[in-house]
Design a protein around this ligand. Sequence first.
Ligand code: AHR
Length: 552
Amino acid sequence: MKRREFINTALTGGVLLLTGNALTAQESRLADARIEILPDEPIGRIAPEIYGHFVEHLGGVVYDGVWVGENSKIPNTGGVRQALIEAMKRIKASVIRWPGGCFADSYNWRDGIGPRAQRPRRPNFWVDAPEWPKGAPDGPWKYDTNHFGTDEFLRFCQLSGAQPYLAANLRSLTARDFYEWVDYCNSPAGATTLAEMRAAAGQREPWKVRYWGVGNESWGCGGNFTPEEYAVEYRRFSEWAPRYGLNLAYIGSGPNGGDLSWSRRFFGRLAEKGGFGRMWGWALHHYSWNVTGGRTNDWFQGKGEAVNYPNEEWYELLSEANRMENLITDHWAVMGEFDRQHRVKLAVDEWGAWYKPGSEVHNTHLLGQQATIRDAVLAGLTLDIFHRHADKVAMANIAQLINCLQALFLAHEDKFILTPTYHVFEMYAAHQGGQSVRTHVSAPRLSYTRNGKPATMRGLNGSASLHDRRVVLTVTNPDPNAARETEIAIHGANVKEVGVTTLTTKDIHAHNSFDNPRAIEPQASQASVKSGRALVYTFAPASVTRLQITLA
Ligand code: AHR
């Protein structure tokens, strides 16, 4: 191939495959970024549970989002929004966490069972939140009717094809209430009084719930415990619950972001007595919210706009998201000081972008926010981080599913749209169950101005997984201004064909809305190629890309 031909093809944004061996040294210098995929260096299986979701009784998530009621004119199955169920199946939704969040530690599961008309109305945990949009009326989002309870949630999971993950109330209920909830969900048909109550609600057979959270944010809204106090509570709650033949997986309430001392002190206490046999996962929460470049750490002042953000906040938010990598490796190292076999894995059961109020699609949607291509890049780079640590991260749950924070869906009454984050989950679903393999991404850092001073952030980010003779490579280009020409090499393998799917927009503030629901959508293309070893691809600015590479 002639050099001019190589340059031209590479610059068009298309895929170029070179027949024969890898690029020559002279040719490879033409691309300013390089991705090397090492199929012989497996990291771990990408747990489908990394593609998990989170539904809390918060603003418009449950009432208006998931639950429309059986008598609604909005198409539904047993009261659950039908369009949501269908969309969940398309992305192979793996697991859904419920009922919180902070709400979980105020929730009595007994309020949400039995005939709906007889269920009590209770104040919602979030009723007094300062972020409520102006004029938000009263309704089930403030005074919960409990119409969406355990059986409704578990049926939603079943319809969506996802496993349930129930978060138990550790702050205001007892260990007995916890194991009775396990009994209600999992006891064999007719075996216990609670199994009969479940049957009366229409579910004779056990729901077989495997994942159980032992509290939520126990360092804050979940009880304001010290790690030592929480360790005592954790031991009490996890000591006994009926297993009914299931391998119950308990998830401990882990740290707030980089709080290593919470992990160290809790693991230290657990190691003193009993060890780690009764823990499957350690929850880590990390939100990307502070876009001030260090000017403030104030929870309210530090947040930025969801849509009309200045350029600097593009870089700041994505830099916040990049912190996930160190959070995983740092907490993992601390856990390993005590749990030397690493029996306990990380469950990042809350992650995503958190903006200031104002872009919600309805005033009952507390913490509701719009989503742009920036959210898509954030989702892609975070999922790529999880893949690169597939040996450590066993579950992750983006916050939250619908009408709240980094949602995959926005809905109000009969209106329902997909956000750019949904499209990333759809594209990245191809990774599920694959073998994550070592992937080196070398690319120039991005330069920007941070509070008037020069700053840089990580450039291209990506991960690859192997599925027999197919490699799935996903890459985010966080540069809002420049495309990135990249040479991609797969060690020891020849490439037969490449399918490309890209999510990008020219306007970084563009977003899907009820009036324009398809402003941001992935575009697919197929490159028919001769067999070859190396390829060059130019990643569009502000983009998320999936290459499906079939090996010869
Ligand atoms: O996702 C919103 C809230 O963020 C959750 O309820 C809580 O766990 C976290 O602080």
